[in-house]
Write a protein that binds this ligand. Sequence first.
Ligand code: PEP
Ligand code: MN
Length: 339
Amino acid sequence: MLILFEKDYTKAQLEHVMEKVKATGCEPHLVHGLFKVTINIIGDDTRLDPEIFKSYEGVEDVIAVSKPFPLVGREFKPEDTVVRTHNVTFGPNHFVVIAGPCAVESEEQTLRIARAVKKAGAQILRGGAFKPRSSPYAFQGMGVEGLKILDIARKETGMPVITELLDVRDLDDICNYADIIQIGTRNMSNFSLLKEVGKTRKPVMLKRGMLATIDEWLMAAEYIYHEGNTQVILCERGIRSFDSKYTRNIVDLSAIPVIKHLSHLPISVDPSHATGRRDAVGPMTLAALAAGANSVMIDVHDDAESALCDGAQAITPHLFEGIMAGIRNLSKALGKELT
Ligand code: PEP
Ligand code: MN
């Protein structure tokens, strides 16, 4: 059970409730988020009557929690969360297409691709300025220079921008230049980083850890939400499995309905990083849309052979136009708006 306090609770009210919890034989565990102060009840809480606790001054709500992610769970908030950035809406009846290069490589490359994906109908531009590479010798991204290029592309095309945060020291720069903060698969369990993005009010896209269970992924989202940032989008990007001969990861499409059942947060799918191969991007995009995803994020490059990162999965702007046509047809059939 979780006891949530009102914003303007007093210390005396909190102490009173703590004492009452102890009197039931349970251990109260105080959690200070920016957004909410909560008491997590440790122990057998069957002797604790939620209605009585709800009536105490300073208490906003008492929620029975059967899951380890109370705030991002449906029990806490049955209606879908809508995440907005500028004129783009992640939520029910909407489908958001994010597209762009895996990495920002130069101003010319980013502008060319940004114009092409915008023309084809993408709503948000992606591009990594800080790249999490398996090898320390691989291209690590352009850093703040890359963020400035994304900003130029954003101003020219009017598309909001998403980019990955790797290091908390870059948080201010990313907040200055980007519209959505991306937390990559490798950092899903970087809890101190999650807490820091939770303190901002920027939308965050939280990718699923490549080895994370759905519960672990939602608990990671809980870290962000608990700090007060409710603008969280989940992103399924494939998980590791025994067969990695033909695809980079296994796209867990069933995570989409499962997440919809467990959580109120919107969910996106990254078919590019999930499969690692360009011929799979189109089919997996349409499958994600059909399965109920609120968005997809696609790697597009106009010169994939010389891409500095993940060229094998990048699709050309021409192929992207074809995928957009498929998305339009299918979303019309499903009654979803492309916004
Ligand atoms: C990316 O989107 O650029 C990326 C590195 O993705 P992931 O964290 O899913 O590997
Ligand atoms: Mn990549």
